[in-house]
Design a protein around this ligand. Structure first.
Ligand code: UGA
Length: 445
């Protein structure tokens, strides 16, 4: 099939590359000429395991092309995916200006039947707005052309995006046009062996499903984070509690890890946007408001632990202290720094006069970009180098390479053998055996 993908961010690029992998002829459009140049030169603008290979293979095969030419892009695909950004507005609602501009651009140029597919995470009701924008643009041209608007939300996880797209646990298609449903079924058939995994529903339910999924996952995390605080106070171990409840299939084992708060481009934005949708519709979403507030508080948990252990005076000054920080990205497998708990931590420690020496296997360039000129922050070339002259080690991202460290080296290099771990990487008993003072999340000292 001929497919156009508008927007070459995470979602657009993965969608385009993976659809090309199955033999479709995909043209990706972006307004950012530099991004398109990088892609045309065989590079990719983001860190995503396995993506570069898929992009290169299909570009070489002539099935995947990149352009800034809007006319060509609209003419190319019968299927037009909209995968542009929906940044949060000041009030937390998703800003749809890029989605609407893409819809208008299609309406202003199309000459035959198109299926316009919302792939970006967009609030309930967006498909109606996309349809209206296209109708308006067609009317301005004095044309009446047939088209369908479909909601096909993406559920990929950063760091596992290609695998998630190639083997989805479900594909949600919101549509009311039979021809469009047929095309969508054909498009996804190679990705899903089990047909029941393609869920066709009405457009609004599909749009809602995406927010419901992320809101549920965020809720589980905030719930566990909240319980981890109580566990510390009453002397229980949240890791044992997690195993104890996760073995109940109704609860399940995933997304129950207490930590330093959730970050990234999706959960914080989507929870806020759903709360906003609720408020606009006259519903005060009590649970989701609390999920969001609990996460804001949880991003402070490492700061609180550091100040409790090292702070001096009534204001908890950390002047003259130096901390090694392992991890910067909001989660392992990505260089994404958006809403990363590490940013809150670094700013808070620096504001109290501390120095932070950070190491992350892939996110240091991105950190330099997202925290330019951040006072008190330096970068180390390796995890071990970060430890030199540090009072303690703080861990905020659970990269695999941190999981089996040289415990003896940590103990002998730090000025004080203190590890404050925001991701519960180690067993308290192991740390004790190595003579390391270990502060984890929701676990006894
Ligand atoms: C999330 C969803 O998992 C995807 O299904 C969804 O498609 C995507 O958002 C999206 O809307 O595009 P992602 O943001 O890539 O994916 O990252 P996750 O792996 O979900 O992690 C989100 C945050 O939750 C991270 O900060 C992670 O550290 C935190 N987390 C996750 C926990 O604190 N505890 C857990 O048990 C799991």
């Amino acid at each position: 099939m001929k497919i156009t993908v508008v927007g070459t961010g995470y979602v657009g690029l993965v969608t385009g590359a993976c659809l090309a992998e199955m033999g479709n002829h995909v043209l990706c459009l972006d307004v950012d000429a530099r991004k398109i140049d990088v892609l045309n030169d065989g590079g990719i603008p983001i860190h995503e395991p396995g993506l570069q290979e898929v992009v290169q293979r299909n570009a070489q095969g002539g099935r995947l092309e990149f352009t800034t030419d809007v006319d060509r892009a609209v003419a190319h695909g019968t299927l037009q995916f909209i995968a542009v950004g929906t940044p949060p507005d000041e009030d937390g609602s998703a800003d749809l200006k890029y989605v609407q501009a893409a819809a208008r651009a299609i309406g202003e140029r199309m000459t035959d039947y198109k299926v316009v597919i919302d792939k970006s995470t967009v609030p309930v009701g967006t498909a109606d707005k996309v349809r209206a924008a296209i109708d308006e643009a067609l009317a301005a041209r004095g044309l009446q052309l047939e088209f369908a608007v479909v909601s096909n939300p993406e559920f990929l996880k950063e760091g596992a995006a290609v695998a998630d797209f190639m083997r989805p646990d479900r594909v949600v298609v919101g549509a009311d046009d039979e021809r469009a449903i047929l095309l969508m079924r054909a498009l996804y058939a190679p990705f899903i062996r089990n047909r029941e995994r393609l869920l066709v529903m009405d457009v609004k339910s599909a749009e809602f499903t995406k927010y419901a999924a992320n809101a549920m996952l965020a809720t589980r995390i905030s719930f566990m984070n909240e319980l981890s605080r109580l566990a510390e106070t009453v002397g229980a171990d949240i890791e044992l509690v997690r195993q104890g409840i996760g073995s109940d299939p109704r609860i399940g084992t995933h997304f129950l890890y207490a930590g330093a708060g959730y970050g990234g481009s999706c959960f914080p934005k989507d929870v806020k946007a759903l709360v906003r949708t609720g408020a606009d519709a006259g519903h005060d979403l009590l649970i989701l408001n609390a999920v969001e507030a609990a996460n804001e508080r949880q991003k402070q948990v490492l700061v609180d632990k550091v100040v409790k252990r090292f702070g001096e005076g009534a204001k908890g000054s950390l002047a003259g202290r130096r901390f090694a920080l392992w991890g910067l990205a909001f989660k392992p497998g990505t260089d994404d720094m958006r809403e990363a708990p590490s940013q809150v931590l670094i700013q808070a420690l620096a504001a109290r006069g501390a120095e932070v020496v950070a190491y992350d296997p892939v996110a240091m360039d991105e950190a330099r970009r997202s925290m330019p000129g951040q006072p008190g922050l330096q970068y180390a070339a390796s995890a071990n180098e970060a430890l030199a002259d540090a009072d303690a080690l703080i861990i905020v991202t659970e990269w695999k390479e941190f999981r089996s460290p040289d415990y003896e080296f940590i103990k002998s290099t730090l000025k004080q053998p203190v590890v404050i771990d925001g991701r519960n990487l180690f067993e308290p008993a192991t740390m004790k055996a190595f003579g390391i003072e270990y502060h984890a999340i929701g676990r006894p000292l």
